[in-house]
Ligand binder design. Structure first.
Ligand SMILES: NC(=O)c1ccc[n+]([C@@H]2O[C@H](COP(=O)([O-])OP(=O)(O)OC[C@H]3O[C@@H](n4cnc5c(N)ncnc54)[C@H](OP(=O)(O)O)[C@@H]3O)[C@@H](O)[C@H]2O)c1
Length: 315
């Protein structure tokens, strides 16, 4: 098979042996694979993959067709269309996905949307619902709302009956974010006077964090998921004390399989029907053929994307 590989900070389209599915793994012929900022970090040598995935083949999410199953796989069979959440190795012609972190791709969903669903929606669901305890009518701020995770989070929070505020620095995306479910859309510069919020999903980090912490309401929670704009801030802890507020933070990639399996199971029960019915959308900003992956990485790195950048196979 061919796989996108990272060698000395460069992307190459390399030849690799076909993987062999073990245990409950599926061998998937990849039709599409969403890009994530983690791929850019890995390319720059800043985000080593967990030990149980191919070390030089990037990619955290994919969609494709099952071509072989391991001896213990029970849920899927050859020919099934699946979407998978993996710790690496998705950006290849063939990829291994444990069936515990695979979902059936709904029939009406095209490959480009299916390939960009898992990482963004798993991250947003985990942060809002499992860590943030999202409740009916909660006042939610999504910071960095126009990207893959942000557009997923707006839709999930709106579907859960929250009052959603989206913060996005590009005005040209504001109308689309309203269409996805945000009741209010603002520029990041307006955040300091915009609260109070019960839940803030922080996808930007850096200077935004201080402004957003100042807008937490009583018992509010700020969940840090992205720190692309900076990871260090000076923090006035009395702000948190006075409001009995809290900060949580997490990453998804390095979690053990059983934890990812529980998360993917929740996605299957709760989100898959909404994806199948069209109530949840995967906005795709651009697609690129695998052979043109460097252009896709450049596009993601430049920003200005409403939703996902997705690699598509020509097969
Ligand atoms: N913890 C985890 O497990 C996990 C999982 C997935 C993602 N993440 C992280 O979460 C963040 C969002 O991921 P994503 O997939 O949604 O990325 P994305 O599609 O690249 O979107 C990022 C969004 O943030 C905006 N943004 C970036 N820097 C900004 C700044 N300084 N001020 C205001 N807005 C800014 C971007 O706007 P422009 O288009 O204008 O640049 C874009 O709309 C990333 O940092 C990613 O690494 C973490």
């Amino acid at each position: 098979m061919h796989a996108l590989t990272i060698a000395s900070g460069r992307l190459e389209w390399s030849t690799r042996p076909d993987p062999i599915p073990q245990g409950s793994q599926l061998l998937v012929r990849v039709r599409s694979a969403g890009l994530n900022p983690a791929d850019l970090l890995q390319l720059q040598g800043h985000y080593p993959p967990p030990p149980d995935v191919p070390q030089d083949v990037p990619g955290l999410e994919l969609a494709g067709t099952v071509v072989e199953v391991g001896p213990l796989a029970r849920r899927f069979k050859v020919g099934d269309r699946v979407m998978g959440l993996v710790g690496g190795g998705a950006q290849a012609e063939l990829a291994l996905v444990d069936e515990a972190v695979a979902l059936a791709a709904p029939a009406g969903i095209g490959w480009e949307s299916a390939g960009g669903f898992m990482e963004a929606f798993a991250t947003a669901y985990d942060a809002l619902v499992r860590q943030g305890g999202l409740t009916l009518g909660a006042r939610v701020l999504v910071s960095g709302a126009a990207g893959g995770v942000g557009t997923a989070a707006i839709q999930l929070a709106a579907a859960a009956g929250a009052q959603v505020t989206a913060s996005a620095r590009r005005m040209e995306f504001h109308d689309r974010l309203r269409e996805l479910g945000a009741q209010r859309v603002m520029l990041p510069s307006d955040a300091a006077e915009s609260g109070p919020y019960d839940l803030v999903l922080e996808l930007v980090g850096g200077p935004m964090l201080s402004a957003h912490l100042g807008q937490l309401g009583t018992s509010g929670r700020l969940i840090v998921i992205g720190v692309g704009a900076g990871r260090r801030i000076e923090l006035d802890l009395s702000l948190l004390m006075a409001r009995r507020a809290g900060i949580a933070a997490s990453t998804l990639r390095a979690r053990p399989l059983f934890e990812k399996a529980a998360l993917v199971s929740s996605l299957g029960e709760r989100l898959l029907p909404m994806l199948a019915s069209g109530r949840l959308l995967v906005p795709v900003a651009a697609t690129f053929p695998f052979a043109d992956a460097p252009s896709a990485y450049t596009r993601l790195g430049e920003g200005g994307n409403l939703g996902k950048v997705v690699l598509i196979s020509s097969g």
